[in-house]
Write a protein that binds this ligand. Sequence first.
Ligand SMILES: Cc1cc2nc3c(=O)[nH]c(=O)nc-3n(C[C@H](O)[C@H](O)[C@H](O)COP(=O)(O)OP(=O)(O)OC[C@H]3O[C@@H](n4cnc5c(N)ncnc54)[C@H](O)[C@@H]3O)c2cc1C
Length: 306
Amino acid sequence: MLRSVILAASRSTQVERLVATAPFTRDVVRRFVAGAATDDALRATRALVTDGQAVTLDYLGEDTTTPEQANATRDEYLKLLRLLGAAGLTPAAEVSVKLSALGQAFDEQFAYDNARQICAAADAVGTTVTLDMEDHTTTDSTLDILTKLRKDHPSTGAVLQAYLRRTESDCRELSAAGSRVRLCKGAYKEPESVAYQSAREVDKSYVRCMNVLMAGDGYPMLATHDPRLIAIGEDRARWFDRDPGRFEFQMLYGIRPEEQKRLVGEGYTVRTYVPYGDQWYGYLMRRLAERPANLMFFGRAVVSKK
Ligand SMILES: Cc1cc2nc3c(=O)[nH]c(=O)nc-3n(C[C@H](O)[C@H](O)[C@H](O)COP(=O)(O)OP(=O)(O)OC[C@H]3O[C@@H](n4cnc5c(N)ncnc54)[C@H](O)[C@@H]3O)c2cc1C
């Protein structure tokens, strides 16, 4: 119930204005977002890489409505990739891209062209691109664009969401050699017709999908903070004889950092998803919806400002 309310608020410009201008918001954002500038992203990346982690960087922004905004997002990724290469942070750091930020909603071909340029820039510095997955109305379009991108940039990765009923079948399609798939639970509000609604059903689907990916020939990226799913991931890695170079765990910046370190200590590849930029509203609201207890951060921030 609270999750639905928060996810509905994530689409409201009025609530966005309220949250963005609240004096305590900065402290809360800082926990989940590396900062507003490219330098902040580079700093966070360097710290994580020094600690033995891999990174995927997300320049925040989504649901872009104009070509100018979409091109500005593309240009930021091109600049970021150049700087990552120059700093010697590739291939440890790659980028995650939302096609809606590149114009998918108003012109798929335009979004594809922008994504292609980002993939070429990633190739030039020896790293990869993963296409984030957004709400279910974009899944087919995103997978179509993925197929086209992979013709010239075969290492381009996809995200599949275990809460969607279609995902087990999508995992089968994308479990061939060379295919990089990030498996997550899914962060949007979706109708029952397309998505499992209970946490138990989503978890069961996650395990089925993980089994398909870990048994396949591709490169699974298990994106979850859920201790039970991580333990099952470790078990499947042993079962399918996947050493750390043949799959990875992924977590979000600021969430369960001690668990991230533990897994690195166990010898696993762990990639942290590092968001940066000033368009943090939708991202932050999805993090709050996943764990309404995070609202406590707002509470504490308010109290500490008094
Ligand atoms: C690297 C990465 C990339 C992702 N990319 C996408 C994407 O492209 N599309 C998409 O729809 N979703 C994406 N997600 C989000 C994902 O779908 C889930 O919404 C999110 O990961 C929470 O699910 P969980 O598997 O961690 O399990 P949950 O059951 O939500 O959480 C398990 C435990 O993890 C901790 N935890 C989880 N979330 C939080 C939080 N926000 N704050 C504090 N603690 C928390 C808590 O201890 C919780 O009990 C991504 C997640 C990761 C890690």
